[in-house]
Design a binder for this molecule. Sequence first.
Ligand code: PLP
Length: 458
Amino acid sequence: MTVAPQPNDLRPVIEADRRHVWHHMLQHKPLETGDPRIIVEGKGLKVWDAAGREYIDALSGGVWTVNVGYGRTSIADAVRDQLVRMNYFAQSAGSIPAARFAEKLLEKMPGLSRVYFNNSGSEANEKVFKMVRQIAHRHHGGGKWKILYRERDYHGTTIATLAAGGQPERAAMYGPYPDGFVMVPHCLEYRRQWDDGSYGERAADAIEEVILREGPETVGLLCLEPITAGGGVIVPPAGYWERVQEICARYEILLHIDEVVCGLGRTGTWFGYQNFGIRPDFVTMAKGVASGYAAISCTVTTEAVFERFKDGADPMAHFRDISTFGGCAGGPAAALETMRIIEDEGLLDNCLAMGARLRANLEALKEKHAVIGDVRGMGLFQGAELVKDRATREPVDEPSIARVVAETAARGVMIGASNRSVPGLNNVLCLAPALVASAAEIDAITAAMDGALSAVFP
Ligand code: PLP
């Protein structure tokens, strides 16, 4: 760790940022008078900003990404060695790290056998949609072309993935959208829509109702997050996944699990779906795959799906898709080293142990602060839903959530909030520290939240 930078050294950089950089998801108006946040260094869970302030980052790079923590020189070395040897060749040819990483990854994913490399989560998901559409054209005579997605889930920022997004505010003003994307209801029991029977089974049955309404012969794919992330940290309830799997089998609908957030260890298993005994036809992953040390995403599928694109007699049979930087050799090199670190350092076990500690601490905060209505999550992926009144479950307003995040940051800890995409329900504090978190760091995170909650809701 070098010494944290002195604020004055970076004044020109801050000014250059203010003048020229267009930040993601940010309203720039306040930056006309205030400074942009620039993060200059990281080690483990800690980051330092351009003003020299130190934070514990409890959201792994702000968007559940840096799973193995900051400052990993072995990943940087793996990328460097690969780039010096062979930086790039189009993925119509292979590379040594891509083949090695695909083999290692698939050891952890029984039932799946093919990896298609891309750059981002959105792109990985969109590739599934293209594969499904091509299967529809070539194998179903144009049927089974519709794609089902769930209310409150998010699958990306491109036009097609926004069409498959269950968060209306994200999609507003970027339409018109392509046809054939159909929403199914959310499965958050805390805000249950039905009172009859087991909620998990009822929520899955609601998917079947949509399939029957649309016509099963038109539906090709069901795309779901294993645990909804930015939409409010929603763990599907007991009974849900078994019924979802049955429904997909009954109507021959391919099941796509979007592991962009859960992928590579976040819930204490390699993948979120492995907590629920699901057998997916497609799994997509991005953020944690190389822990933010390189841009890489993967679309993983079965041999049965792959076989549908093999037909030497038909020049249109193969997957006619390309992504210039997909599989760019530094990505799989970083991903391979990320997997080695997770295994050699026992990070899945640490995730379970520290996840249990984080959960217990959050439950204790719930005892103390009436504003916490619900705590939920798995492993080091937890959320706390804030309500004005536990009886009515009326959500707190967005400015209050923003104040809790700001007050926690003022106490040296960066946490997140559910995104502004579920109107009126952007009231969940989100936590996803790196899998290397220590007990002391977990306690420091919840201590800062405790102070912040007391300050905002005295
Ligand atoms: N899927 C999920 C569940 C996500 O949370 C995200 C991003 O937040 C994406 C897909 C899109 O990934 P990317 O931003 O890499 O395109």
